[in-house]
Design a protein around this ligand. Structure first.
Ligand code: PLP
Length: 404
């Protein structure tokens, strides 16, 4: 891995970080399950960690390593540790965002431990913590983390080992105050993980607000083109990351694969330029929907009327590209609207260059019980939009014809 100089700008770091120290212009796809040892001794040294060479791709691979170096660079971009030195982060690339979360939770929690989380979560995360972890004897309490007093009260009732937040949250875009939550959790000896999928490090750096871990579904904005599923777990406690968490990552087997890692590596090069356009378009679309007589309500923290607008401004550069809304006429009208769209794509997922539209209650959050869905604002008439980078006039024209 070549030495990456101290670039001034985030966009430059996104383009150049993680380059391999060889003549290939782009990071090659190392499609090799295993790596040869020059001698028996060198193989032994690799297993003992004395020699940094690769062993077996579930344990590490040059293509993954390039991606991990880039993500660490971007999540820590411009940040320093408490000695003033550049913040060092360790990233572990996974086969999906779910796999990254599974590694994190199973590394830190054991039977009898408790996890505290916020009521706005991606449906798969909600099911992971409420169904999978609970069957392993790890309880999860879900509260509204806008209410800081409720968080302190929860710690008085139970000793939580991990507090997990997703901000902005899927699909409502709800934002919670990362620094304030970290303050309460660390006073109670609890580690904090933040799902930064919707923001990306270009809009928000949770490590700047004191979190211990950041999770991404790289499937979304980091890849940017919808070409691969992936996830990453990033941590600042290098000892913990390099020992137990690396071990659990390897043993649980949620590793990436060289082709998906290559696609992600190339996608990340355009992160800054894509995010700029995504955000500009999303703001225009939110304003259009907000002013449309057929629209009941728009949920987008970029709108000054959104209850989380000030929290968003405190910790993010911009509210991002995902918004949701309800139509007058409810679910039936929503279905008619979605079926009339000609440009926007009817599909789940977010963060691709094209605009995606989905219906959370029947799709991404189908597995979450209705009462819990509604507590976090996911009504049956809610429609989610991931605004792409097309000419915004074309997106608005499509929405307009479908609403008419
Ligand atoms: N976190 C968030 C915020 C998500 O929206 C998703 C998926 O939609 C995930 C995590 C899970 O990621 P993946 O589908 O890559 O496993």
């Amino acid at each position: 891995m070549s030495d990456t100089p101290n670039f001034k700008g985030f966009a430059t770091a996104a383009v150049y970080s993680g380059h391999q120290d060889q003549d290939a212009h782009l990071t090659p796809i190392f499609a090799s399950s295993t790596f040869s040892f020059p001698s028996a001794e060198s193989g032994m040294n690799r297993f003992e960690g004395k020699d940094k060479g690769f062993i077996y791709s579930r344990w590490g691979n040059p293509t993954f390593q390039a991606v991990e170096a880039t993500i660490s660079r971007l999540e820590g971009f411009g940040l320093t540790d408490n000695t003033g030195a550049p913040l060092q982060l360790k990233s572990l690339l996974h086969s999906s965002g779910q796999a990254a979360m599974a590694t994190l939770f199973l590394s830190l929690l054991k039977t009898g431990d408790r996890l505290l989380s916020h009521l706005s979560l991606y449906g798969g995360t909600h099911e992971l913590v409420m169904k999978v972890l609970s069957e392993a004897g790890i309880a999860c309490d879900i509260i509204d983390m806008h209410d800081l007093a409720a968080i302190s009260a929860a710690f008085k009732k139970h000793p939580y080992k991990v507090l997990h937040i997703e901000t902005p949250a899927n699909p409502t875009g709800s934002c919670v105050d990362i620094a304030a939550i970290v303050k309460i959790a660390s006073a109670n000896g609890c580690k904090v993980s933040a799902d930064n999928t919707f923001a990306t490090p270009w809009l928000q750096q949770p490590f700047a607000h004191g979190v211990d871990f950041v999770i991404h579904s790289t499937t979304k904005f980091l890849n940017g083109h919808g070409t691969s599923i992936g996830g990453v777990l990033i941590g600042k406690d290098l000892k913990l990351m390099n020992t137990k968490i690396t071990k659990w990552h390897r043993l649980l087997g949620g590793n990436s694969n060289p082709f998906d890692a290559f696609l992600l590596m190339n996608g990340m090069k355009t992160l800054a330029v894509r995010m700029r356009q995504h955000c500009e378009n999303a703001m225009r679309v939110a304003e259009f929907l907000n002013g449309h007589p057929q629209v009941q309500k728009v949920f987008y923290a970029g709108l000054p009327t959104h209850p989380d607008h000030l929290i968003m401004k405190k910790q993010m550069k911009h509210a991002g590209a995902v918004l949701s809304f309800e139509l007058k006429g409810g679910t039936e009208e929503g279905k008619r609207f979605i079926n009339k769209l000609k440009l926007c794509v009817r599909a789940v997922s977010v963060g691709t260059v094209d605009t995606l539209i989905s219906h959370p209650a029947s799709m991404t959050h189908y597995g979450v019980p209705k009462a819990e869905r509604e507590m976090s604002g996911i009504t049956d008439s809610l429609i989610r939009m991931s605004v792409g980078i097309e000419d915004v006039e074309d997106i608005i024209a499509d929405l307009n014809q479908a609403l008419s």
